[in-house]
Design a protein around this ligand. Structure first.
Ligand SMILES: Nc1ncnc2c1ncn2[C@@H]1O[C@H](COP(=O)(O)OP(=O)(O)OP(=O)(O)O)[C@@H](O)[C@H]1O
Length: 262
């Protein structure tokens, strides 16, 4: 596959290890990929293959890595600055854990606006709630008054409200029921189109990746063993035996998802 011409995000020889000295284990091994501006790129593979570890390094949650991570042609410093967080926002898997239980939605959304010095907070909160499909009444609710899908919408609104360029999506639908997953995936698809966002999405679910992403890196034991387009995924056009077996094991899930229109 030819490399994208205008990459916004790039990982170059990324390696990540955990543990002290002689107990150190390398869980991400010399991983490189490029994501074009406006593209949705997926990282997929079995549990424990290193997907979330890559996302955590890129998001600034873990600065203990080797290799380079690049945003917009500039290598990112290990300690990310405020501007990085304005441009790159993360949405986590667990919508229950990621919202503070004692903060109403309005406060959840007002905080990033204040941190990054945005004007017109009240209008921005109303606009963003509407963009994620929540009416004005949600503004004054606590997380415990929301369903899992509604919480994930709030988490997406919190990420979007400061107008980032990039969303890092860590299994954003895997904690939700299948019908709700479909709604959130469709929302993410629409938001990317409307706002020209760039996505890096991690999932163990091939159907989710094939639905959202144009390309994906198939991971196995800390490495990207192959990159495929969504089209190649749908047609099982894999070079590596491991990828073919992985695709075949996921075929039913992809077919089911297409039936429900997610
Ligand atoms: N903070 C940590 N300390 C030690 N080991 C870790 C740490 N975080 C992750 N690991 C290990 O690194 C490996 C990769 O984990 P990672 O969470 O990136 O996998 P994953 O592909 O995202 O899988 P899953 O979908 O199950 O989260 C696993 O073996 C995990 O146990």
């Amino acid at each position: 596959m030819s490399a994208p011409d205008r990459s916004l995000i790039e990982a170059i020889g990324l390696s990540i290890s955990f543990g002290a000295q002689n107990m150190r284990t390398r869980v991400v091994n010399d991983v490189s990929f490029r994501i074009q501006k406006g593209e949705a790129y997926g990282l997929i593979g079995e549990s424990g293959c290193g997907k979330s570890t890559i996302l955590h390094a890129l998001s600034g949650l873990n600065s203990d890595y080797e290799g380079a991570l690049v945003l917009g042609a500039r290598e990112l410093p290990k300690k990310r600055g405020k501007d990085f967080f304005r441009r790159v926002q993360m949405v986590f898997q667990d919508p229950y854990g990621s919202l503070h239980p004692r903060k109403i939605v309005e406060r959840v959304l007002a905080e990033p606006l204040a941190i990054h010095g945005f004007d017109r907070p009240s209008e921005r909160i109303a606009e963003t709630l509407e963009a994620v499909g929540l009416g004005p009444s949600f503004r004054y609710r606590y997380p415990h008054e929301l369903s899992g899908g509604q919480r994930q919408r709030v988490a997406i609104a919190r990420a979007l409200i400061i107008e980032p360029d990039v969303l890092l999506l860590d299994e954003p639908t895997s904690a939700l029921d299948v019908s709700v997953q479909a709604e959130i995936l469709n929302l993410l698809k629409r938001l990317r189109r409307e706002r020209n966002l760039t996505y890096l999405m991690v999932s163990h679910d091939l159907a989710v990746i094939a639905h959202i992403c144009e390309r994906a890196g198939i991971m196995h034991q800390g490495r990207i063993i192959e990159e495929l387009s969504a089209e190649q995924i749908r047609h099982f056009q894999a070079r590596e035996d491991y990828t073919r077996a992985f695709l075949e094991a996921s075929i039913e899930a992809v077919a089911r998802r297409e039936e429900v229109g997610a």
